[in-house]
Design a protein around this ligand. Structure first.
Ligand code: GDP
Length: 324
């Protein structure tokens, strides 16, 4: 590691925001020589990670994620804590923007020296975005943040990715009857450790009805942990009502699952899963880029489609090229 990268590591460890932002930019870079530097940087920071609580926040656009994260973040800062907000938005590379790209979102929070807000990295694949966010999260932890919030949009596989890198995955819902069925259908509710019904100020009675609907729906699902029946909270991010209860619930979750050993097990499992995902992705890439495979794949594919070769024979022969 050269002196400049060493200074970057020292800056991150000294809780400085500029080196932190630079380190994350290095991690997000697609250049091959930057990748090697980023790996060295992460190795140096890794012993200083693992201390923050990692919270995933998901919900459909308009549910109030950024309003909530801002109110929650400001509350945490009042308590003397430091908060980092990251995002996983695989659509950002298509739209050119991202869920945190708009500077007017979380304006008050972004002005706080104890807060760090970073938009979603842009990359062509969800796997790429998730990997970079996970690494950025580790850098933030090494930089002494107490709470890391990872925001994601309530669509597609990004929720699974975020649940797979956080200690607690929270689903924000609107107080409309019927929404909970949508969430169950998509399988998102199964990922949730905590459900929050936002905008309870608009119609508190409707929010309570939604709460009991969701509680009933949750009974149909197998709980992730026998020690943690998933709580359903009602909240108003706009009126900052219920933020204290939210944080108390997060702390209770952390204490309960730390005592049972489940939190440590979850992190271990996440790290191992992450390694396998990287191995799988890298093998697939190597296979597809292999010159012999590239040359012969179209022929084999045509042959399989026309029924002249079986898929298993074609797969075996193509994979054998990797040994050649
Ligand atoms: P996001 O797309 O999920 O990030 O949602 P936003 O945080 O941008 O909120 C969408 C809209 O809902 C904004 O106009 C917010 O002011 C409003 N909103 C957010 N939370 C609440 C709430 O608790 N009560 C009410 N009445 N409006 C809210």
């Amino acid at each position: 590691m050269d002196a400049a990268d060493r200074a970057l590591v020292d800056g991150v460890l000294a809780h400085q925001l500029r080196p932190l932002a630079k380190a994350i930019t290095l991690i997000e870079s697609q250049h091959e020589d930057h990748r090697a530097r980023a790996r060295a940087l992460l190795e140096a920071l890794l012993p200083h990670t693992g201390t923050a609580i990692r919270i995933g926040i998901s919900g459909v656009p308009g549910v109030g994620k950024s309003t909530f994260i801002e109110a929650f973040g400001l509350y945490l800062i009042e308590q003397g804590l430091r908060v980092a907000v990251l995002a996983v938005d695989p659509s950002s590379s298509l739209s050119g923007g991202s869920i945190l790209g708009d500077k007017t979102r979380m304006e008050l929070l972004s002005r706080e020296p104890a807060a760090f807000i970073r938009p979603s990295p842009s990359s062509c694949s969800l796997g790429g975005v998730a990997e970079k966010t996970r690494e950025a999260m580790l850098v933030c932890e090494a930089s002494g943040f107490d709470v890391i919030v990872i925001e994601t949009v309530g669509v597609g596989q990004s929720e699974t990715a975020v649940a797979g890198m956080t200690d607690l995955f929270c689903l924000l819902q609107l107080p409309n009857a019927g929404d909970e069925l949508q969430a169950i259908k998509k399988g998102v509710m199964e990922l949730a450790d905590l459900i929050v019904i936002n905008k309870a100020d608009i119609d508190p009675a409707a929010a309570q009805r939604a709460r009991s609907h969701i509680k009933t729906a949750l009974h149909m699902l197998r709980p992730m942990s026998p020690n943690w029946p998933v709580p359903v909270l009602t909240l108003s991010a706009l009126k900052k009502d219920g933020i204290v209860e939210f944080w108390d619930t997060v702390k209770r979750y952390r204490d309960t699952l730390t005592a049972s050993g489940e939190l440590a097990a979850r992190r271990k499992h996440q790290a191992a899963t992450w390694m396998w995902e990287l191995i799988d992705a890298s093998l697939k890439h190597r296979f597809r880029e292999h010159p012999r495979v590239r040359a012969e794949l179209p022929g084999f594919a045509a042959s399989v489609e026309e029924g002249r070769t079986t898929p298993s024979a074609a797969a075996r022969e193509l994979l054998n090229f990797l040994n050649g």
